[in-house]
Ligand binder design. Structure first.
Ligand code: C5P
Length: 241
């Protein structure tokens, strides 16, 4: 079985060596990797250069949020590293997202490359009702998630990161041409680790996700290739191609 770009494997490791070990082991079976804050802060640009040298796609999950100028120029630098997808917090606001889109597109054009996809984090899924009350927003979490997804779309973003539970409402509100990247995915019967609102790979796509992010069920599996294959087989079993 060959790779499938809809599966993004999270490289949540504190060193480049540990991440490379997994990438070598998975070989041609995985084409898309997520580099988050831990690995990027530890390994930096060489990690991306390594993944690109292996012809892998990279979702650089650094969740930027700052004033529009700072975010836009930081994303321009990251675009030079060759990331295929990057993200910001939607609560940074419309101007921050619009400037991000404009600057990243201009930088990609200057480099003669396709622009990386830009997606927005709406409300972190770690937010529970108690913490939400502390923030004094007027809407419920699920309503605010959809409002922020709509704002991201209106600001020119390509999509959002969303839990499986949120994907359906976002798909309905934002239409078909919008990426929904979903972590918290677990095959039936596997360990859920510290995730709480999980869905199966199939369930995530049925809810409207376009990509799933899977970490430990693959990276900590005894047979990592078999774990990746079974997830790809599951998502290929559905019509949403
Ligand atoms: O190992 P596991 O499959 O739980 O990894 C999921 C990945 O997705 C981790 O990198 C985690 O930080 C990330 N993530 C998440 N939930 C979110 C956003 C990101 O689990 N809401």
């Amino acid at each position: 079985m060959t790779y499938d770009d809809r599966l993004i494997v999270a490289l949540d490791f504190p060193t480049q060596a540990a991440a490379e070990h997994i990438v070598e082991e998975l070989g041609e079976n995985v084409s898309y990797y997520k580099v988050g804050m831990e690995l990027y802060y530890a390994a930096g640009a060489p990690m991306l250069h390594y993944l690109k040298s292996k012809n892998k796609k990279v979702f650089l999950d650094l969740k930027l949020q700052d004033i529009p100028n700072t975010v836009a120029h930081s994303l321009a630098v990251l675009t030079e590293l060759g990331a295929d997808m990057m993200n910001v917090h939607a609560v940074g606001g419309r101007k921050m997202m619009e400037e991000a889109v404009k600057t990243v597109h201009a930088k990609a054009q200057e480099l003669g490359r396709p622009a990386p996809k830009l997606i927005a984090v709406t409300i972190l899924t770690s937010m529970d009702e108690g913490q939400w009350r502390d923030l004094h927003y007027s809407k419920s979490i699920s309503e605010e998630v959809v409002e922020l997804a709509k704002l991201a779309k209106a600001s020119g973003m390509d999509g959002v990161v969303a839990s499986p539970q949120e994907a359906g409402a976002i798909r309905k509100a934002c239409g078909d041409d919008f990426l929904i990247v979903t972590p918290g995915v677990r095959s039936a019967g596997s360990a859920i680790n510290d995730q709480s609102r999980v869905a199966t790979p199939l369930g995530a796509f049925k809810n409207g996700s376009t990509h799933i992010v899977v970490g430990r069920p693959i990276t900590q599996a005894e047979n990592k290739i078999a774990a990746a294959h079974s997830i790809v087989a599951e998502i290929r079993g559905i019509a949403h191609e």
